[in-house]
Design a protein around this ligand. Structure first.
Ligand SMILES: Nc1ncnc2c1ncn2[C@@H]1O[C@H](COP(=O)(O)OP(=O)(O)OP(=O)(O)O)[C@@H](O)[C@H]1O
Ligand SMILES: [Mg+2]
Length: 229
């Protein structure tokens, strides 16, 4: 029913981290969810394997489809409420194909110069490819990740201003994810961040929840607009 793609050309920005937590969190909405790992480095597949090894419940359905996954993703979309797709870095052919069918494209982005430059390039590529999307616009949202912790850091605000200037009309999620150890802890035990009940994970959990709610609202409003047309 809904395809959520997590993709950005830069490595290590948090695509698999967001994809795994997103899939797990979506299950709490009483939705049937499948997580599709299209990356040969297998981060999302490993998430499923660690859970299976530890016997963590609930079971998260993870499939790995590395070669030409688009057709299979369309088929999975018939069977599941939510299909979450994790793409590897620099996998440009998948970016182009999946941009056509995504109901939401989340691009996690770090704040460094090279990450920002890659985000601008992704935006420009999507500007040229918008016509290939069924709604005439690829529904991309930028999610700032690994944002520096200090309260007085202006880096995120600077990054927002930079992208608003360089990428007119781009959607920047209001929610952002700070650099927090809880994310690495969750990764080690194959947990979604929403499952991390320790008080030390509370901030990471809250930040992710704000993003998750925002993403759901965004898809609902896009669906309403599509019905009106
Ligand atoms: N907000 C965060 N705070 C702290 N660590 C984070 C955060 N987000 C991700 N990480 C860590 O950063 C590392 C890279 O994350 P991840 O593997 O999700 O990136 P990726 O974009 O999927 O990388 P690749 O391009 O190789 O697929 C992981 O060790 C993960 O635990
Ligand atoms: Mg990854």
């Amino acid at each position: 029913m809904t395809i959520v793609v997590i993709g950005h050309p830069k490595g290590g920005v948090g695509k698999s981290t967001v994809a795994t937590s997103y899939a797990r969190r979506a299950m709490d909405e009483a939705l049937s969810v499948v997580l599709v790992d299209t990356d040969s480095t297998s981060s999302s597949a490993n998430f499923g394997a660690i859970r299976a090894h530890l016997g963590t419940t609930p079971h998260v359905q993870v499939v790995q489809i590395i070669d030409a996954p688009t057709r299979s993703i369309i088929d999975l979309n018939e069977k599941y409420d939510v299909v979450v797709v994790d793409i590897g870095a620099r996998d440009y052919s998948k970016v182009t194909e999946l941009a056509r069918i995504a109901d939401l494209w989340v691009a996690p982005t770090q704040l460094g110069q090279n990450d920002m430059a890659a985000t601008v390039l992704l935006y420009e590529a999507f500007q040229h490819a918008n016509h290939s999307h069924i709604r005439g616009r690829i529904p991309i949202g930028i999610l700032f990740n690994k944002v520096p912790g200090p309260w007085n850091s202006t880096e995120e605000q600077d990054a927002r201003e930079f992208l608003n200037q360089e990428c007119p009309g781009i959607h920047l999620f209001n929610a952002s994810l700070k650099e927090r150890k809880a994310w690495r802890d969750a990764g080690r035990i194959g947990s979604g961040i929403s499952e991390m009940t320790q008080s030390t994970a509370a901030k990471a959990r809250d930040e992710f929840e704000a993003f998750f709610q925002e993403s759901m609202a965004l898809m609902q409003s896009a669906a309403k607009k599509a019905i009106k047309k």
